[in-house]
Design a protein around this ligand. Structure first.
Ligand code: ANZ
Length: 827
């Protein structure tokens, strides 16, 4: 007979689907719309196991939504600007576009074979001038609104990639997110997006995302934005008009302040120092200036400093406190001056210990606390200390309450004010590399920064290749003199183009808007369509983007909303972060030699088996260890399912209502459960339930009625096998299509609609009640699950074996726990 041939199926159905385009999203559809999105790939080489995993998971949802009757937008494209293409071009003396577009063609072919339900008619590449024209247009809008600006400041510099980096692209250990090189600082004039303008809203709206985003991602964003509430407090210095202002996150520790410390390189230190202390101060400053930033901030370094010879008055206690200069206070953070609270801040503790300054605890640590400074929760003590008179008393209060009382007092006395501080900094977006969207600004000696007129967009990249692209610390675009020298759009005089390109994260901050009208040559995206399709109902991607891309995309969405271009507040209503595919417990890598080639897996087991393996292996959030899974087992299961479709002997359209009730119940219960499982993203259990239905159907076919089966001609068997095909259409599209055809139907099973569940068939119509006499089981009754206590008691007492057991005895008591237990006490 027929054999299950994965390769033949793949060749056959790809062609049919191309003709049918079952997943083309119709903007004008009357159906309710859903927008499913998975992170678009960077075109480096062919697709790998990671792509296979994320798209297999994501496709379960997209295909389910189609079956449930939604109109689904599930687009795909390429994030195709970036360094690997440029580095390849330098190596091969070619153009970055060669590498980029060759790899895109390879990946496209693989994606189509992999049969993800993407709407390919909407694809684009961010490196196409027809796309980056609109990236540039958006930059101009941001510039008009003051959300894009240039400033000179110390920036992160990757000495290997020879370009600046955003804070988000420097890893916690101070290395470059892309290449791992140690990042250094440089003072440069660069372009920024004003992300800090939205800091509060970016934080606040995380609350609304809490139920539908992973808590790991929510927490990462909260910490990155880093809101802290605190106060500026003024300390008066005798003989000086300006008080010394400090910034503190713990105004409740004011009673524990035993000194002030000023950044040694701040102007303030130079102003405060007395003549007597000046020689010592200057010697110290010269020594510090020679040290690098990294050394200065190292936590394991002994604290150093110089007494400036002046004192300042504590505004709450009136105490006079010495002022010191040190290098552990940064000149460019807060006010560059700190109130030293050794009891609450470890750096201050070490400084006080080193310099012999007093230490006073003002927050009670837990009884078993063995550390030095204590920064945790606890009640205020010594605030004020016993016997000390002060206008403020916060003793006994918890930190939050103590803080707000202290702030209120400082404000009342006009010696301080509450403040909010964010860790988030503006997004540094300019890069000194070639393969990105040129910044559409012209610099004119007379008119300054001039926006390129919109009708002159796109500003296309000049033709450079090979060695021209070598990083040299300034943008390679600068070498294209013909391209650089232009006339000023405002005055017509000689001017030059900005030679930096945009961070590729700019491209990916708005790509999901472009998908709603990807071919529109008149605008970045159609606002009405964006409002109709969005926001994205489910975004599937990896944790590595927890801060970077997700934060930038959220910022863009809010800025575009405020420009009236869209009505969404947030781009991604739900976010599912998938685990990684690993091998033998380790991340796959060239150096470990444990890489698994997707192409080889697909050749050996077929697309469906690989997809099914990835979905079945674990809950989507968990890592999949390829050493623990069995794609061979997946092949055998798919064969078993497929064989069912050849065994059905009833005609298409046979009425299942006349079929075997036991099998029908399994089918309907499975469909019902799978709905809830898909919606809660428990895709691995969806596969498990489908396997159970296949087993139940196999038994029903192979067994005669006497043995609890019904034979292949029963219409309930057809209903079950058709259901298996529809369930498999979410995970194993080729097998599902082949089964559907063998069952006598036309393609495509992917769009036939979700099976209706008959609620009658979900009712479990009997349960077993146990009847005991004197604690011994004497009978088992099949009863309705909603039987009343009285009916169950009557049925129990009427049962022949109970009647026999009670012979000659008097019933003393009957305990009924309907519907499962009756206990008769007799004697
Ligand atoms: C007194 C205090 C008591 C502090 C206490 C902490 C704990 P974040 O959260 O990072 O904003 N600080 C302020 N300006 C500084 C500067 N320029 N360089 C180094 N440190 C500075 O941290 C704010 C806290 O860091 C401030 O709160 C201040 O120390 C210190 F139990 O003030 B705190």
């Amino acid at each position: 007979g027929a054999t299950y041939d994965a390769e033949a199926m793949q060749a056959k159905w790809q062609r049919v689907w191309d003709e049918l385009s079952p997943f083309a999203a119709n903007d004008d559809s009357e159906r309710e719309k859903r927008y499913a999105l998975t992170m678009f790939p960077y075109p480096s080489g062919d697709l790998h196991m990671g792509h296979a995993e994320v798209t297999a998971l994501h496709d379960v949802i997209a295909r389910y939504w189609w079956q449930k009757g939604f109109e689904v937008l599930n687009p795909m494209g390429w994030d195709s600007f970036g360094l690997p293409a440029e580095n390849a071009a330098i190596r091969n003396d070619s153009h970055p576009a060669d590498y980029t577009y060759t790899n895109i063609a390879t990946q496209l072919e693989s994606f189509q074979k992999y049969a993800v339900s993407f709407d390919w008619s909407r694809r684009f590449n961010t490196s196409d001038p027809s796309y980056y024209r609109w990236t540039q247009w958006l930059f101009l809008k941001f510039h008009e609104k003051g959300l894009a600006y240039r400033k000179n400041s110390p920036v992160n510099w990757c000495p290997n990639d020879q370009t600046v980096l955003a804070n988000e692209q420097v890893l916690a250990d101070g290395t470059c997110e892309r290449c791992g090189a140690e990042v250094t600082k440089r003072e440069l004039t660069q372009w920024y997006f004003r992300t800090t303008e939205y800091a509060q809203e970016l934080l606040d709206s995380l609350d609304g995302l809490e139920p539908t985003w992973s808590s790991k991602v929510i927490n990462a964003q909260r910490n990155w934005i880093g809101r802290s509430e605190g106060a500026h407090v003024s300390f008066v210095v005798q003989g000086r008009e300006e008080p010394v202002k400090v910034y503190t996150t713990r105004p409740d520790t004011i009673f524990g302040t035993t000194f002030l410390v000023v950044a040694v390189d701040a102007k303030l230190a130079d102003e405060l120092v007395t003549d007597a202390q000046r020689p010592a101060f200057e010697a110290y400053r010269d020594e510090i200036r020679k040290a690098s930033d990294i050394d200065r901030l190292a936590t394991d370094r002994a604290k150093t400093g110089v007494d400036l010879g002046v004192t300042a008055r504590n505004p709450v206690t009136g105490e006079e406190l010495p002022i010191w200069a040190t290098d552990y206070v940064l000149a460019d953070y807060g006010t560059g001056a700190v109130m030293g609270v050794p009891g609450g801040d470890q750096r201050d503790w070490e400084f006080a210990t080193e310099m012999g300054l007093p230490i006073v605890r003002t927050t009670e640590p837990p009884a078993d606390f063995e550390g030095e400074a204590y920064a945790g929760e606890g009640v205020a003590i010594n605030s004020p200390a016993p016997g000390v008179e002060a206008g403020l008393d916060i003793n006994g209060l918890a930190v939050a309450e103590a803080k707000s009382r202290a702030i209120a007092f400082l404000e009342e006395q006009q010696v301080g004010e509450g403040t909010v501080n964010f860790r988030l900094r503006d997004w540094l977006l300019s890069r000194q590399r070639y393969w990105g969207a040129p910044i559409p600004i012209i610099h004119c000696p007379l008119d300054g920064e001039v926006r390129v007129p919109e009708d002159q967009l796109p500003v296309e990249l000049p033709e450079l290749r090979g060695a021209d692209l070598k990083p040299k610390g300034t943008s390679p675009l600068g070498a294209a003199t013909e391209w650089v020298n232009v006339s000023c759009p405002t005055c017509g005089g000689p001017a030059t183009r900005d030679t930096d390109t945009m961070d590729t994260f700019v491209d990916s901050s708005w790509y999901f808007f472009r998908y709603v009208s990807p071919h529109d040559e008149t605008q970045a995206f159609d606002t009405e369509l964006a409002n109709a399709w969005g926001p994205i109902d489910l975004y599937v991607g990896g944790d590595e983007h927890a801060v970077l891309h997700l934060l930038y995309a959220r910022f863009f969405t809010k800025a575009l909303r405020d420009m009236g271009l869209v009505n969404w507040d947030e781009p991604f209503s739900a976010y599912l972060s998938q685990g990684k595919v690993i091998n033998n417990g380790r991340k796959m890598s060239k150096s470990l030699g444990n890489g698994i080639s997707l192409g080889a897996q697909l050749d050996e087991f077929g697309v469906d088996a690989v997809r099914l393996t990835l979905v079945f292996a674990s809950p989507p959030e968990d890592n999949i260890d390829w050493a623990d899974v069995s794609p061979g087992g997946s092949v055998r299961f798919l064969q078993r399912a497929w064989r069912l479709s050849g065994d059905v002997t009833s005609e298409p359209g046979a009425d299942p209502a006349t079929g075997d009730v036991a099998l029908r119940k399994v089918t309907h219960k499975t469909v019902h459960e799978v709905e809830a499982l898909v919606e809660s993203h428990r895709f691995n259990v969806v596969v498990a339930r489908t396997m159970e239905l296949v087993n139940a159907t196999r038994k029903a076919i192979d067994n005669p009625v006497e043995k609890g089966g019904c034979g292949p001609a029963d219409p309930a068997v057809r209903e079950a096998v058709e259901t298996v095909a529809i369930l498999l259409s979410l995970v194993a599209p080729y097998t599902a299509e082949e089964m559907w055809e063998r069952l006598g139907h036309q393609p495509t099973v992917a769009r036939v609609g979700w099976p209706a569940v008959d609620p009658e068939l979900l009712i479990e119509d009997s349960v077993t009640a146990v009847v005991q006499v004197q604690g011994k089981v004497r009978a088992r009754l099949e009863v309705s699950p909603d039987i009343s206590a009285a009916d169950l008691e009557a049925a129990a007492l009427a049962d022949p074996s109970i009647v026999a057991a009670l012979e000659g005895k008097t019933v003393r008591k009957v305990i009924v726990r309907e519907p499962k237990l009756v206990n008769v006490v007799a004697g």
